[in-house]
Ligand binder design. Structure first.
Ligand code: ADP
Ligand code: MG
Length: 204
């Protein structure tokens, strides 16, 4: 399937701009329960993808998505790099395997499960999975894009009540409770940005 070049390029830019605008906030969240680098890690990854925008836009969609995943692994670093990278690489591979009309929610579910496997993490562990699973559920219910974005934001907020079971935040034990997970927050910000962009530019 050939992606619409403008769509791929537009999505890359909107994600880059969203992370750049929220980098300090993500670092502040990570300072509270981690090492304070999540915003800069994500920004580095998004800038690297953005630098490849012209080439990525010329590729078939599955190839572009998989390549974005690889670039994220190589540039985000930390724990989030391999996890966001796995999400996109698996998404690309699953998109390639499936027929054109395949339900996107099923494709996304496979990719999220791959992230869970990579991180040896589950729903409720206070990670980006606590946004990804609800986003998948909203997609599977065919919720409108605006509702998917709201669900993502609410899910990120709900990680504040959770005790971290994975990653650096888990070293804090109960002291991780009361803080929003930085990875869940970046995931909600990206989901919201993508939903808004698609709503405005790709009303199918
Ligand atoms: P690091 O923790 O190496 O500094 P980042 O700060 O960039 O990396 O990313 C931290 C985020 O990564 C966390 O907020 C959490 O959402 C996610 N994370 C960390 N470890 C795991 C894991 N094992 N499974 C899923 N997500 C994880
Ligand atoms: Mg960190």
């Amino acid at each position: 399937m050939q992606a619409e070049p403008a769509l791929v390029s537009g999505l890359i830019e909107v994600c880059r701009a969203t992370i750049a605008a929220n980098s300090d906030h993500l670092c502040a969240l990570d300072r509270a329960i981690g090492d304070g680098d999540h915003g800069t890690n994500m920004q580095r990854g998004c800038e690297a993808v953005s630098a490849e925008r012209a080439e990525l836009s010329s590729l078939p969609l599955a190839d572009a998505v998989e390549k974005i995943g690889l670039t994220l692994v190589m540039n985000i670093g930390g724990a989030a790099g391999p996890l966001y990278g796995t999400l996109l690489m698996e998404l690309g591979r699953e998109l390639r395997k499936r027929d054109e009309g395949a339900e996107f929610s099923l494709v996304l579910k496979q990719a999220i499960d791959a992230v869970a496997k990579r991180g040896r993490s589950h729903a409720g562990d206070k990670t980006l999975l606590d946004v990804l699973y609800p986003v998948h559920a909203a997609l599977a219910e065919r919720s409108p894009l605006s509702d998917i974005a709201i669900r993502a934001e609410r899910s990120a907020d709900q990680t504040a009540a959770m005790k971290a079971m994975r990653g650096r935040a888990s070293y804090l034990g109960d002291r991780s409770i009361g803080h929003i997970d930085p990875g869940a927050s970046s995931c909600a910000l990206l989901t919201t940005a993508i939903c808004h962009y698609l709503g405005e530019n790709h009303s199918a």
